[in-house]
Ligand binder design. Structure first.
Ligand code: SF4
Length: 450
């Protein structure tokens, strides 16, 4: 009896795993799927890397700095956990699988996003080669699912891949063509999330506006939103990663009539100069974007716009950059993320090289950050005294005396936070808060008794 138990015990201990999730919200959804399939597959999660027998790194690889970060994380984990089985998942294997299998020998197993469901079986296969197989584990019956890792909100990945071909972007070659998830499957997933206390759904994809085109469904995004609107328990629906050339006609009306879809739109413009936009392979008429912003603001009262811009693209001159700065200032874009151009092998723009010095790119990025902070601070100061709807996530990381949350126009992880200094609030609920102070992107407030 003892011999058997000892072997079984040895098998079970190798069943602890941990997960490091890198990259974008779409990757976080994949990580939540990995957590689900691993735990359903009989593995035990631990957040203590030092005891985990299996370490999974869900990687990002869309730009060189992300590739370097993923490799650095893996090398460090290999150092701190020499005997652990290391799994590299996500975009890195998708982009560089063949090369990495030779060069990154610190990794025991490479898995792609489409293999998440069979990961426990792949691991068991791998373990059996090392004599640690556990035949009690049964992988065939594990349904799709996810372990929610965000407080009260959840990302809903509505599609993967991309049908567009922006010249600087590696996504189409890494994640492949656009693949939308059917509306009924997304409604099922969103109901699953609502049943587990999720109040805010954040719709993400590489290009949310192209949703459903590959399914041949007309106006699919509007149809999806109308279906999600009816899910009880969900109070906020937020749209991220909208392409400026694809904003569906019915969306404005739907937002205005909706009790849940926030008048908050994330639309990466990338630039405003016609010359630079054309070189990027993006809708290049600058006036197109100006007209779009004007019509959205005219038709959606109280709209808050988030955008991402890229500085340092090969053809960008001082004049082009100043045009971008003027556009952001004149159209008062509320939330702006800025990236410095990074030439990526395999993209059409790679042949253009990287003529703009890093010093200039950094300077331009800092100027945009400075402008964004100034515009946000001015807008936030004008909200002092106002009562705003806020989602309370929990005790603040800064201090146990503060509760932390977000106002309706603060997307998680990118738009600053709300600190609540007074009032007993229920975590995971949306409640009225009176804004009392503003500091940069962050707001402070007290509970407003309704
Ligand atoms: S739309 Fe976005 S994901 Fe698609 S190619 Fe362009 S930048 Fe890349």
């Amino acid at each position: 009896m003892t011999a058997q138990t000892e072997i079984t015990h040895k098998k079970t201990t190798r069943r602890t795993f941990t997960l490091t999730s890198l990259g974008c919200p779409k990757n976080r959804v994949d990580s939540e799927n990995i957590l689900h399939h691993m735990t359903q597959g009989g593995f035990t999660f631990t957040d203590d890397t030092s005891v985990a027998e299996i370490i999974i790194v869900n990687t990002c690889a869309f730009i060189r700095p992300a590739v370097e970060e993923a490799i650095a994380v893996i090398l460090e984990l290999r150092q701190t956990s020499p005997s652990a089985l290391i799994v590299a998942a996500g975009c890195l294997p998708l982009r560089y699988k063949e090369e990495l299998a030779v060069s990154l020998t610190e990794v025991d197993l490479f898995v792609t996003p489409s293999q998440i469901q069979i990961l426990p079986a792949l691991l068991n296969q791998h373990l059996s080669k090392k004599g640690f197989a556990d035949d009690r584990m049964n992988f065939s019956t594990v349904k799709s699912g996810r372990v929610i890792t965000t407080p009260g909100y959840a990302y809903l990945k509505i599609a993967d891949g991309c049908a567009r071909s922006c010249r600087y972007c590696t996504i189409p070659q890494i994640r492949g063509p656009l693949r939308s998830t059917a509306i009924q499957d997304l409604v099922h997933e969103a109901s699953f999330l609502a049943d587990r206390g999720v109040k805010e759904l954040i719709l993400v994809a590489q290009d949310t506006t192209s949703y459903g085109r590959d399914l041949g469904t007309k106006n699919a995004l509007v149809k999806l939103l109308s279906a999600l609107e009816n899910i009880s328990g969900i109070e906020w629906i937020r749209l991220m990663y909208l392409h400026p050339a694809g904003i569906p006609k019915g969306l404005r009306k739907l937002i205005n009539e909706s009790r849940k879809i926030l008048p908050y739109l994330d639309i990466p413009f990338q630039h405003i100069s016609e010359k630079v936009l054309r070189a990027m392979g993006r809708p290049w008429k600058g006036d197109y974007i100006r007209k779009l912003v004007k019509s959205l603001r005219d038709e959606i009262p109280g709209l808050v716009l988030r955008t991402s811009v890229m500085v340092g693209f090969p053809q960008e001159t001082d004049q082009d950059f100043n045009e971008l700065l003027d556009f952001l200032r004149e159209y008062q874009i509320e939330r702006v993320g800025v990236f410095q151009y990074c030439p990526e092998d395999g993209t059409p723009a790679f042949v253009l090289g990287d003529p703009i010095p890093a010093r200039i790119k950094k300077q331009r990025a800092n100027e945009i950050k400075k402008l964004n902070t100034k515009l946000t601070a001015k807008r936030n100061r004008s909200r002092i005294g106002a009562i705003e709807k806020a989602f309370i996530e929990g005790i603040s990381e800064e201090s146990e005396l503060l509760l932390q949350g977000r106002t309706w126009d603060q997307a998680p992880e990118v738009d600053g936070v709300l600190y609540v200094t007074e009032g007993t609030l229920e975590t995971g609920r949306i409640q009225p808060v009176r804004i009392t102070y503003a500091h940069g992107q962050d707001l402070f407030g007290t509970l407003e008794i309704a």
